[in-house]
Design a protein. Structure first.
Length: 341
């Protein structure tokens, strides 16, 4: 059973399962879920825990021995296993299935790691473990979901805020929820049990938003030019190499072109999401882009990407992020086709 991060504490409070899987690339929610589980386990008599890391030198019999051994200090076993790649391999899969199929009396197993895609979630070891408990996937939050998370965190610190204040706080820390949590903790010290205005937050917070090239691509596909420009500014300040962004734009152009050609040649057939490795949470982004960009638009974008790629490789671009901004705005259908890069 899947449990969303915002419902994790509630679910754990109702019943402590035998197995909990926590995966994702958003550290703040992962830390919150892990800490919540540790506290709940301790309250229910799991006074001792073993922490294992399944790196390249890990021996999987260690997990089996830990699961079968009796603790000297507690009648209940709490085992934490980190999968650094989210993929245990053949030996690890076998060991995890064996543990999941055992009696697991007086035992709690937590397995955590980075993002686990559909390929991981469909494996036998993942499904077998999830059948003994539940799994939680922690992804970066955006838009209304991020605003709701900010409001929830404020309530936890006996604070409330105007909608404009919540939006400002979310925007200043978007892509960096760890920073958002720290800012809220600081606000709780500065404004104890106060209803916060936009002015309160402006006087206290620092813009700590962090983005990756992958965030930028998703925003471009959605057609949000303002957020795209902001992300480019942040990526430039963080020293991201322009060639990395060019690579990402070329890759997304190739995907959009493949989808466009499929629609042209097979209009009655569904889009090849699985073949192009576009999972459900991103399909709407591509559909938005396909409605906005024509085949003619994509041809013109390709020409400018090709020209820009050549210039970047020959170090002929004096202001690389201005050129990148031009290219990005083409993906949101800005009327720039007649303007030279």
């Amino acid at each position: 059973m899947q449990v969303y991060p915002n419902k994790f504490a509630e679910q754990i409070g109702r019943q402590l399962p035998k197995v909990v899987l926590i995966f994702g690339d958003e550290p703040q929610q992962k830390l919150e879920c892990i800490d919540t589980l540790r506290l709940a386990a301790k309250q229910q008599g799991f006074d001792e825990r073993q922490s294992l890391v399944a790196d390249s030198e890990f021996e999987w019999h260690t997990l089996l021995e830990a699961a079968q051994s009796l603790s000297l200090f507690s009648a209940q076993q709490f085992i934490e296993l980190e999968l650094p790649t989210a993929k245990p391999g053949a030996a690890g899969s076998k060991a995890l299935i064996e543990v999941a199929q055992s009696d697991m009396t007086d035992m709690l197993l937590m397995v955590h790691g980075p993002k686990a895609g559909k390929d991981v979630q469909s494996t036998k070891w993942f499904k077998t473990l999830a059948s003994r408990g539940h799994f939680t996937l922690c992804y970066p939050l955006e838009g209304n979901r991020l605003h709701q998370w900010v409001q929830q965190c404020l309530r936890q610190h006996n604070l409330s805020a105007d909608p404009e204040a919540v939006a400002l706080l979310a925007d200043s820390c978007e892509g960096n929820m760890l920073a958002a949590r720290q800012e809220i903790e600081k606000l709780a010290l500065l404004f104890n049990e106060t209803h916060l205005s936009r002015e309160n937050i402006e006087s206290a917070i620092v813009d700590q938003s962090r983005f990756t090239v992958f965030h930028l691509v998703d925003v471009l596909l959605q057609g949000d030019s303002q957020r795209a420009v902001k992300m480019l500014y942040r990526l430039e300040s963080e020293g991201v190499e322009p060639n990395i962004i060019i690579w990402a734009l070329v890759r997304e152009w190739q995907t959009l072109w493949a989808l466009t050609e499929h629609q042209r040649m097979n209009p009655a057939q569904p889009l090849p999401w699985q073949k192009l490795r576009i999972w459900g949470n991103r399909q709407a982004f591509y559909q938005s882009a396909l409605q906005r960009l024509t085949a003619h638009d994509l041809v013109q974008i390709q020409a400018k990407l090709t020209e820009a790629d050549r210039r970047f490789k020959q170090s002929q671009v004096s202001k690389p992020y201005v050129t990148l901004c031009h290219l990005c705005l083409l993906f949101v259908a800005a009327p720039l086709h007649d303007m030279a890069i």
